[in-house]
Design a protein around this ligand. Structure first.
Ligand code: SF4
Length: 378
């Protein structure tokens, strides 16, 4: 291809249709053909022959595992550096029939260190590029045979990683996934979940202000009634205490009646008492939100068991009595470690940060009291 070497690597899965056509035109491709090629890639899973040429990268990572527990599937994609992303396909029964939700990862591992989370055991191994995030949707749609064999309807950024810790790539992936000429997933069917980085919430809010993204959903992983308990189980709370989090939520742009989703992993003996429930409801009182109570899924070597069904029911009933709109979320995928907070491949838990140039070095992860930071080991 003439002049290909002088162009940056073209990654079709990381580009919107407009960006792709511009990049293809710079390489001497016809814009109208490029438009068709973009559609064929996203809609039919068919790459154009020239995507195999030097200067173009179309990941076609092998699906290294597909586990099914009867309804939920977890699939693992092995990257060329040996690291793996994990994604989960979850059938969701609705009044109109069952739909499929895809839970995507934004990082391999995670630096946030939440004590109840399997992924936290890995540390952060690498940030995913937008095309690597979109590739999970591409695989789920065109490559992975899953029991549901239905098209992915909803996408939630709740897999491995904290999306606001890789926010630019996450936002670019949302632009690609919502492109009408490509994946065409409505913004209202996409949720970004965060532990509550206020700066990240502001950036998501900026995207939501753009035309076409007003109905993008934000979910917050709260998990505690107050700063003391939240800091114990989520070290990031030292950097971003609940008052700052609330400010960010209150100023988040709202264009629809849709409520925030606030996730609350119920952990026995930690955050499951009646007074905890009352405190959570008081904290959420002036925020239009749905409180999703999620029974804790014990990670490997967990210090806590799963909560008793009776305590989950009591917590939910009390929240409802307090006037808080509350749902109990089912725990799907527990058998295959695909449930909430359980993603993370044991075999790749080397504390190794992989840089864009492919080099790697061990790192120590630390959340300081002022900022969440990653420190290189000396
Ligand atoms: S719960 Fe989410 S933010 Fe916390 S360590 Fe796990 S993946 Fe990271």
């Amino acid at each position: 291809m003439p002049g290909a070497a002088s162009h940056p690597t073209l990654r079709p899965l990381g580009l919107t249709r407009v960006q792709f056509v511009a990049a293809a035109s710079e390489r001497g491709r016809s814009p109208s053909k490029a438009r068709d090629e973009y559609k064929a890639l996203f809609r039919e899973g068919k790459p154009a022959a020239w995507f195999a040429e030097p200067g173009v990268e179309l990941p076609d990572y092998p699906v290294s595992a597909t586990l099914v527990d009867g309804e939920t599937s977890k699939f693992v994609l092995r990257h060329e550096d040996g690291l793996e992303t994990e994604s989960v396909l979850i059938p969701m029964p609705r009044s109109t029939g069952t739909t499929t939700t895809l839970c995507v990862s934004s990082q391999v591992g995670c630096a946030m260190g939440c004590h109840f989370c399997e992924t936290a055991q890995m540390g952060l191994l690498k940030n995913l590029r937008a095309d690597q995030i979109v590739h999970q949707w591409f695989s789920a749609t065109h490559r992975v045979q899953h029991s549901a064999s239905r098209a992915v309807k909803n996408i939630v950024f709740m897999g491995m990683g904290e999306p606001t810790d890789n926010i630019d790539e996450v936002i670019q992936s949302v632009r690609v996934l919502t492109d009408h000429d490509g994946a065409s997933v409505p913004a209202s069917n996409i949720s970004i979940s965060t532990v509550g980085n206020p700066d990240g919430i502001v950036k998501i809010g900026e995207l939501v202000r753009e035309r076409g993204f007003h109905r993008l959903n934000l979910a917050l992983s709260l998990n505690a009634p107050n700063d003391e308990i939240r800091t114990q189980i989520m070290p990031v709370n030292r950097a971003w205490p609940m008052a700052r989090l609330k400010e960010a939520l209150v100023s988040f742009p709202r264009f629809s009646q849709a409520a925030f989703c606030v996730e609350y992993v119920l952990i026995p003996g930690v955050n499951d008492r009646d007074e905890h429930c009352d405190e959570v409801c008081a904290f959420l009182r002036d925020i239009r939100c749905s409180l999703n109570v999620i029974p804790y899924n014990p990670r490997r070597n967990s210090p806590w068991p799963a909560p008793a069904e009776a305590s989950v029911e009591r917590f939910v009933a009390r929240a409802l009595t307090n006037g808080q709109f509350t749902k109990r979320r089912g725990t799907k995928g527990r058998d295959v470690m695909a449930a909430c907070g359980q993603l993370g491949n044991e075999k790749i838990r080397q504390r190794k940060l992989v840089h864009d140039d492919g080099s790697s070095q061990p790192i120590k992860l630390r959340i300081s009291t002022r900022e969440a930071t990653r420190e290189e080991q000396t």
